[in-house]
Design a binder for this molecule. Sequence first.
Ligand code: DX5
Ligand code: ZN
Length: 216
Amino acid sequence: MKLAPSILSADFANLERDIKLVERGGADYIHIDVMDGHFVPNITFGPNVVSAIRPITKLTLDCHLMIENPENYINDFAKAGADIISVHVESTRHIHRTLQMIRNAGVKPGVVINPGTPVAAIEPILNDVDLVLVMTVNPGFGGQSFIPETLDKIRQLEQLKKDNGYHYEIEVDGGINEKTIQLCHDAGASVFVAGSYIYSADAPLKRMDQLKEAVQ
Ligand code: DX5
Ligand code: ZN
């Protein structure tokens, strides 16, 4: 399993401190939530924040783009030092072309589906991605409750992966805690984003241990 703490719930005035903290806790990816105020009703940060983070950690920078027309920003995020760029299938007219752009920029491509989007919407491109991110809340904010109906999509993706020999990792994002992580793990997910569960706690490292123990 891999843990991907989301810096959406970190202290933006102390990002370096909060990234080093989860590094010490054994984070695998740093999950970076990019929001534009159009695709989702919230605004966060852009490529310049990614390039500011790049020199302070060797961890995989897992960039989750919640922006309209992400194809216009792929090269900026690649240059900024993203290791994975994930785009929502709902956010671009040409998902295949956008994924190709990410691959051509030397970055691992991921595709994301909202809770209301079926797996069928991404079936034709599953061979082209290194990561499938299943949103387990509606994107836009940290601290929301896990939507259990999304578990079935994780199972479907795990089955499709086995049946077709695809290589993607299945990542889940939203409402992950020590209970929901088990459900997602049993369904087939292997990368777990957690924001508020880690960063809003008094003892973030203890929370990271609890997440890891929950799926052992
Ligand atoms: C929501 C973001 C998530 C968010 C998760 O749009 O994509 O990455 O940080 O936050 P929690 O873990 O608090 O649900
Ligand atoms: Zn996210």
